[in-house]
Design a protein around this ligand. Structure first.
Ligand code: FE
Length: 219
């Protein structure tokens, strides 16, 4: 799978968290030093910094995007608004664009599969998906998603049929994309909460589909 392979290529062993707890990286030390300096000089308030970090760690994440997708699946009018003006539609559900970027929703259909990348750096719809995964920021994903999208999707375990068009969208500082995945077969009776629980981060980037195991539910 791309995730584990890219991780090893990037020199991130499985024990990375334990190692970094013992010896902070250069970047971590630099950030700490900068933070202390700014706080000492009274330029930033530590409580405000804590609130910002807490917001991104606990309040913003893929569950927000999943709520948007689930609402679109159960409410046709909301889906239309989302596909026409996603920036406004997400605010209806209380999700704000902190960086002033425009959000565009891309609808997957039986004939079109959308895949999102940022070839330049790591632009990502933070208000809906939280922080980007490591592989999204890696050079191999950023280049190969454009050169060989079907090959990349295959490594994620997604075989896209030859008659399905794959569209690759390059994010920018101004425009961020979220994929509206296809609602899985057999999920017609599920309510909004149950549908939201099915939606994964990768499905909203376009490297996965949303699946629903009917057998598991009836077991
Ligand atoms: Fe970027």
């Amino acid at each position: 799978m791309l995730e584990s392979r890219e991780s090893s290529r990037l020199g991130l062993p499985a024990q990375q968290d334990h190692v970094s707890q013992a010896i902070p990286s250069d970047v971590t030390l630099r950030v700490k030093a900068l933070e202390s300096l700014l706080v000492d000089k009274g330029l930033v308030d530590r409580a405000a910094l804590d609130r910002i970090v807490d917001t991104f760690e606990t309040k913003i994440g893929p569950r927000n995007g999943a709520r948007v997708v689930a609402r679109a699946w159960i409410d046709r009018d909301y889906m239309k608004r989302l596909l026409t003006d996603a920036s406004t539609a997400i605010e209806e559900l209380g999700f704000h664009r902190y960086q002033g970027e425009d959000i565009v929703a891309l609808e997957n259909t039986p004939k079109i599969h959308n895949l999102v990348v940022c070839t330049l750096c790591s632009c990502y719809p933070w208000p809906l998906l939280g922080l980007p995964p490591v592989w999204y920021k890696s050079a191999p994903y950023r280049s190969r998603a454009v050169i060989d999208p079907r090959g990349v999707l295959k490594e994620f375990g997604l075989d896209i049929a030859p008659d399905v068009e794959v569209r690759v969208w390059d994010s920018t500082a101004e425009i961020r994309y979220i994929v509206l995945p296809e609602r899985p077969a057999g999920s017609e009776h599920l309510n909004e909460d149950a549908l939201a629980a099915l939606v994964t981060r990768d499905a909203m980037i376009g490297t996965a589909k949303v699946t629903f195991d009917v057998r598991k539910e009836s077991a």
